[in-house]
Design a protein around this ligand. Structure first.
Ligand code: HSE
Length: 406
């Protein structure tokens, strides 16, 4: 070990922040050896006091204390949200202090700008923990797969919604109870609407799609549907059709260079690898033009897996003092394709009494019918989404729900 210690500050002492402190403490020897110097937490910034906490003496309330301390070279921004996190990150990077974050909202919104700022100041903005929790997907896309032209990412990037749908499908737990469990386990966002309405997965897809293309894919240009409309009946029909319902993100680069990016619950055939990604686990299938498919799987949320990814970024920053690790994401906006022009199959659940009209609207589909039910399921042939939606809307209240099929 050299004489220089690597002193870090943790911004936010919540689930992930306390995890970062714990990981750096418990894996102190490994982390310090790999960083090349001893890594230690010097400050923890939080609005609250933590009387009796073993790290009470490190708590500060004033960000300037951290900025004024030249010994602190790396900040872990795990506060979440955009407001102060954005200002603190800009100030730190402008002063040449590297920032490692799990804050997907901030990365999705200002990632390209913050990377440029880091580069101009010879430091780093790293965000491995912002996508896929503990899965090293950012490093894989940026570095291990750097020789690839990445054509598509298809994945489950929200642990909370995957947990909810798994519990509902496999254990018959109701939606509210499953969400409560996910919150108690520290998986859900402070406002779980961001999970269940799809905003969290959308931010993660924006980050991955931007890294895939090198151009900025803004969240507001991504098609988003949450899981709140998925019912027990939909899950039951999925089982009958030998599929699972999964909260997916899809990002792909089309032949004209435009990007297709969407977040929605999908029915996934049981023989597809993503159908087996259950509970809080995330899975991402990356398709490269040379590699073909590679699947990344692991814990997508939770204190220690997420904190481990932040700590890995700290080590990376420590290994590159005064140098920016290249990350290909510029501020130019990518061209985004219209989801309505894509083709796929759909699963429709409709009233059994109107079966004839529904089958007429979607000819050539496969019907799942049970005598004891007042509804039935229909798996359409492959069709353009715009045409499907027109047919679906035309059926009015004959149809009860619909899901896309992967
Ligand atoms: N709420 C997020 C999830 C946390 O459930 O995936 C990890 O980003």
């Amino acid at each position: 070990m050299g004489a220089e210690m690597i002193k870090i500050a943790v911004l936010g002492y919540g689930v992930v922040g306390s995890g970062v402190v714990e990981v750096i403490e418990r894996n102190h020897a490994e982390i310090s050896r790999k960083a090349g110097d001893e890594v230690s937490v010097k400050y923890i910034l939080d609005l609250r006091d933590f009387p009796g906490d073993p790290h009470e003496d490190k708590i500060v309330h004033d960000f300037d204390r951290i900025m004024e301390d030249d010994e602190v070279s790396v900040l872990c921004e795990v506060m979440g949200g955009v407001g102060p996190a954005y200002q603190y990150t800009k100030r730190a990077l402008s002063a040449g202090k590297s920032v490692c974050t799990s804050n997907k909202e901030l990365v999705a919104m200002h990632g390209a700008e913050l990377l440029a700022l880091a580069s101009a100041n010879h430091c780093n903005y790293m965000f491995e923990a912002s996508v896929g929790g503990g899965i090293p997907i950012i490093r894989a896309v940026n570095s291990a797969l750097t020789a690839e032209r990445i054509q598509a990412v298809t994945g489950i990037l929200n642990g909370t919604t995957n947990y909810i749908l798994t519990k509902m499908a496999k254990e018959g737990v109701d939606y509210c109870e499953a969400l409560k469990q996910a919150q108690a386990l520290g998986y859900a966002e402070r406002n779980p609407a961001a999970d269940v309405e799809g905003a969290d997965a959308c931010r993660k897809l924006a980050i991955l799609a931007s890294l895939m293309t090198g151009r900025n894919v803004s969240t507001d240009r991504i098609y988003v549907e949450g899981i709140t409309k998925v019912s027990r009946e939909d899950l039951e029909y999925a089982r009958i059709a030998e599929m699972a319902v999964k909260p997916l993100v899809l990002g792909s680069v089309r032949e004209d260079g435009s990007v297709l990016a969407m977040v929605a619950p999908f029915m996934v055939p049981l023989d597809h690898p993503l159908a087996r990604v259950d509970d809080v686990f995330n899975g991402v299938l990356v398709t490269g033009n040379m590699l073909g498919d590679a699947m990344f799987y692991g814990r997508g949320a939770g204190k220690l897996p997420t904190a481990s990814a932040v700590a890995a970024d700290v080590v990376d920053c420590a290994k590159h003092p005064g140098k920016t690790v290249w990350c290909f994401w510029n501020q130019e906006e990518a061209q985004v394709a219209d989801v309505a022009d894509t083709q796929r199959r759909f699963f429709v659940r409709a009233r059994a009494a109107q079966r004839e009209a529904v089958e007429k609207a979607f000819p050539g589909g496969q019907v799942f019918f049970r005598e004891d039910r007042e509804d039935f399921g229909l798996l359409t042939r492959t069709m353009v989404e715009r045409e499907f939606e027109a047919g679906y809307k035309g059926l009015g209240d004959a149809v009860l729900s619909r899901l896309r099929v992967l």
